[in-house]
Structure formats: structure tokens, C-alpha cells
Design a protein around this ligand. Structure first.
Ligand code: ATP
Length: 490
């Protein structure tokens, strides 16, 4: 039987959503391309993220910094010293596995953050062997996830690195941005861009890749004067949380979370905003904030919650984003290595950082995975309109009797009103609907004989397959009205 994962990835490959990079030359594992349909979905996800997070404060801005950064940056951030994963290599076939993930697969518990010695002991105790050739693994070693590269001519010894997260850009640009933005805190600097990690065993399609896109917001603030937030907006909103030690996730109103989770309104507000964004992507109730234990979280994170979404393809909750209160680790490290003074004016300490970190690819996949629907005569993605590749398809019923001309007129009018439409005149109308449904287009507009007589068109709804008759002149307005429904917004 074909699994949910196989069905979703099959459509993804067939309909140019996401596919392996440079397939004809043999793909390097962990590299994927977004095709003509996938690029539209990804762009819309990114735009929705921008709109949601950058509108939270007037002093939140998007910047674009380089992907290649100098070695000093990663000395300051601690990546050169600490950014490694434990690798277990099979003594016979040479396959490499991330040791903590291997143990998790065998023993059904999490082992993130354990030392190499602890992991080696567990491997021996539980007699973990290679799943392919049943041979034992060599001693576990830490392996850096950084991608170094030589910059310039070969005599030039300048070493650069591909950034392993977008976050270092805002930290390195903090001083300039702070000055340019009237030295006001909080200051939010966001980047949507590529990150690179030489993962030991890339897997699960775009879930663990070596090149991926992140959407990260770094909020710089004074820890002694926490910024005010419009907490009343979220006070009755319920977070879904799985605190350390709890067996099941529970709902907590933001007003109660402050006491129960021991975090100020400022932090709870941003958790709520993250959850609301995930909810708007058609994933209501399928997520939770999982708190990391002291062993699991990075030593500098005071608060660390992973935002996890349930994916039917994997049959479990998986991390798609992180909420990290990183204290003064970042600016403190950059100030020490660069000898720049990054203190808040008049204070003897640097701003602290709250990081909201999203993996775009994991989010896009989680949305597709949860939106997949199968009926007797069709499969489709019930995507919220905000991330559908197009808002509507425009179809002449037949290619004669002036229907194509009229359909092109309707198509042009929709585009001019800011509605993202495409035109398709090939094949039977049923096949055109099916093609559009398969990639999640919410509406189909058909121009038929009656259109020529009375100026009305058919609007077909993807999920219910219901049809309504609307005057062509009022179509943009009607689509905007429909966009305000739970299906999403234009
Ligand atoms: P993991 O524990 O799964 O390796 P992480 O905790 O190291 O992830 P972060 O460093 O917090 O991840 O990165 C923030 C986000 O970037 C993650 O929540 C995830 O969505 C995304 N991400 C991280 N690594 C990868 C990867 N190799 N491939 C795709 N997305 C990734």
C-alpha cells in the first residue's frame, strides 16, 4: 500500500513542487529544488511570514546579509567550537548515522545533548548495530556541521564559511542598524534566506537537508526594561504546551501562562504570535510548543521551546520552528571577539536577544502534508489560500465561440485587481479542475455559453466542488469576499 508520505512526495515530484536537485547527474543527498509550483507556494509562505511578524512592531525590519561570512563571526558565535553532531560510522559498510537519532530510533527516547562518552556507552549497552549490514559501529565522534570555503585566489588564506543559520547576519549588523533606527529598543531584524549545514544523514525529504531556507526574527531588547507588548490581544488565547516532564500537551491561556510557565508577558506574547501564525497555515490544533530540558537546550538559552507540528507522513510531531531566549550570548560574543562596544547607550550591558526561528522548507512540507486529501475520484491539497500557488484558474469551457477571448479578458481583469490567476485552455474541463485541485488552487472560473449571453461565470470551489454563478464584473469582489473565509486570504 502506498503510504501518505509516498503520495505527497509523488505529487510533489510530478507537479514541480519540490524535487531533488540536479537529478540527471545523480543527486547529492540533502539538496532539493523548488519547481514552478513549489516556488509560488514557498514565496507565499514567506510573504505571509513577513506580513505577520514584521507588523508586530514599527521597529521590526527585514535585512539581507551575505551567505558567506568570515571565520571571526563563527569564532564569536561559538559555531567553530560547538557546532557539531555525534556521528556513528558502521565498521563494515561505512554508512554514517547521527548517533543520538539512531538511539532514538532504537529506544524511542530523545538523546539530544548527550556527550560522546554517554552516547558510546548507550550504543554498547543496547548493542546497537548497523541496520543495513548488522555490523557494529565504530566509536562515536563529533563532526562539525560547518561548510568552510576558501575565499579568493589559492595563495589567499582567507577562510569563509557558509552560514549555518541566518541569525549571525543581524548580530553582525546590529550596531549599524541600531544607529540607523534611532537607537531604539526593541529592535527586530529579520532575514528570510538560505542556511547550510553539513548534516550527517539528511533524510525525510526536505526535513533534514544540507541547504535550506530559514525565516528568523531576532528581537534585541533591554533585559532590565522589558518592552511593552499589546498583551491584551492574546490574554485569552490558548497556547498548546508540553513542558519538560509532562506526558501530554495541554492548553494554557496566555494570561495564565505567565505564572504557570514562569515567563513575562513579553515572552508569552511572542509565543502566541508564533502559534497564531502556524494556525493560519491550515494547521489548527496540530501543533504544540515542546520545552527543551537543560541537557537538550544550548547552554546560553534561558528559554527554549520547539514548535512542533504533527505530520501524518512521519506519524509524529516534528520541529518546524524554535523560540529561543538567547540572553546576551550573541552580542556579548561578537563584542568580545571584535572589541566593539555593543552596550546599550548609558548601560554597561549589551541587549539581549529573543529569536523566533522558522525553517521554511519544514513548514512548507508540514502544510502540504496536512493539507493532503484523497477522495475516490481525486487527490488535492486543501491549502489555505494564503499559501496556495494561485488563487484561481480561469478556463474557457471550449476553445471556440469567443470563449477563449472572453476568458482572457476575465483573466486579465483578475490579475489587474491583484488576484493571482492562471489561464488554462487545454484538455477537458474536468481534467483542468483536477490538475488545479491537485496543487491546491482554491477556485476555478469557467467561461461558458451563458457568459456570452448574460456576462456571468461559474466559480467552482476546490474543497466542496460546489459551483456558483457570479457576474464577471463582480468576480474580483466576490473572490475577495470568499478570501475572508477560513480558506484564507488573498
Ligand atoms: P534539529 O534539532 O532538527 O537538527 P535544530 O534545533 O538544530 O534542528 P535550529 O538550529 O533551531 O534547528 O534551526 C531553526 C529551524 O531551522 C528548525 O526549527 C528547522 O525548522 C530548521 N532547520 C534546522 N536544520 C535544518 C535542516 N538540516 N534542514 C531543514 N531545516 C532545518
Amino acid at each position: 500500500m502506498t503510504s501518505h508520505f509516498e503520495k505527497v512526495t509523488e505529487i510533489s515530484l510530478k507537479r514541480a513542487i519540490i524535487y531533488p536537485d540536479a537529478e540527471m547527474h545523480g543527486q547529492m543527498s540533502g539538496f532539493f529544488d523548488y519547481g514552478s509550483v513549489g516556488s509560488e507556494i514557498k514565496r507565499r509562505w514567506e510573504n505571509a511570514w513577513r506580513e505577520h511578524f514584521l507588523s508586530l512592531n514599527q521597529n521590526f525590519h527585514e535585512i539581507q546579509t551575505t551567505i558567506v561570512m568570515p571565520e571571526q563571526v563563527f569564532k564569536a558565535s561559538g559555531h567553530l567550537e560547538h557546532f557539531h553532531d555525534p556521528v556513528a560510522v558502521c565498521s563494515k559498510c561505512g554508512v554514517s548515522e547521527r548517533a543520538d537519532h539512531l538511539l532514538e530510533e532504537f529506544l524511542g527516547e530523545k538523546f539530544e545533548g548527550l556527550t560522546v562518552q554517554e552516547l558510546n556507552a548507550l550504543m554498547k549497552k543496547h548493542k546497537i548495530v548497523c541496520t543495513k549490514c548488522k555490523a557494529p559501529f565504530k566509536e562515536i565522534e563529533d563532526k562539525s556541521l560547518m561548510f568552510p570555503l576558501q575565499v579568493g585566489a589559492s595563495e589567499d588564506k582567507t577562510i569563509g564559511y557558509l552560514r549555518p543559520e541566518t541569525a549571525q547576519g543581524p548580530y553582525a549588523s546590529f550596531k549599524r542598524e541600531f544607529r540607523a533606527n534611532r537607537q531604539k529598543l526593541p529592535l527586530g531584524l529579520a532575514i528570510i534566506g538560505k542556511a547550510f549545514r553539513n548534516e550527517i544523514s539528511p533524510r525525510q525529504f526536505v526535513f533534514r537537508t544540507r541547504e535550506f531556507t530559514q525565516a528568523e526574527l531576532q528581537v534585541f531588547f533591554d533585559p532590565k526594561e522589558l518592552p511593552e507588548v499589546p498583551f491584551h490581544e492574546v490574554k485569552d488565547y490558548e497556547l498548546i504546551v508540553l513542558p519538560v516532564g509532562a506526558k501530554d500537551a495541554k492548553k494554557v491561556k496566555c494570561s495564565k501562562a505567565v505564572k504557570e510557565l514562569g515567563m513575562s508577558e513579553f515572552f508569552v506574547y511572542f509565543m502566541a504570535k508564533m502559534q497564531q501564525f502556524i494556525e493560519s497555515m491550515g494547521l489548527p490544533g496540530k501543533f504544540r510548543f515542546a520545552q527543551l530540558s537543560d541537557e537538550e537546550k544550548a547552554f546560553y538559552n534561558k528559554y527554549h521551546w520547539d514548535l512542533e507540528v504533527f505530520c501524518p507522513s512521519f506519524g509524529k510531531f516534528v520541529e518546524v520552528a524554535g523560540f529561543h531566549y538567547r540572553t546576551d550570548h550573541d552580542l556579548g560574543g561578537h563584542a568580545a571577539v571584535s572589541k566593539e562596544n555593543l552596550n546599550i547607550p548609558g548601560k554597561d550591558y549589551v541587549p539581549h536577544v529573543l529569536e523566533l526561528s522558522f525553517g521554511v522548507d519544514r513548514n512548507v512540507f508540514a502544510v502540504l502534508d496536512n493539507a493532503f486529501r484523497e477522495e475516490s475520484d481525486r487527490t488535492y491539497f486543501a491549502l489555505p489560500q494564503a499559501v496556495a500557488p494561485w488563487d484561481a484558474g480561469v478556463y474557457p469551457l471550449v476553445n471556440r465561440e469567443s470563449m477563449p477571448e472572453k476568458a482572457l479578458e476575465v483573466f486579465k481583469a483578475l490579475r489587474e485587481s491583484g488576484i493571482k490567476a492562471f489561464y488554462d485552455a487545454s484538455g477537458t474541463i474536468g481534467k483542468r479542475y483536477a490538475r488545479a485541485d491537485e496543487v491546491g488552487v482554491p477556485f476555478g472560473i469557467t467561461i461558458d455559453g451563458d457568459t456570452l449571453k448574460d456576462g456571468t461565470v461559474t466559480v467552482r470551489h476546490r474543497d466542496s466542488k460546489e459551483q456558483e454563478r457570479v457576474s464577471a464584473a463582480q468576480l474580483p469582489e466576490r473572490l475577495c469576499e470568499l478570501a475572508a473565509t477560513p480558506q484564507g486570504k488573498l
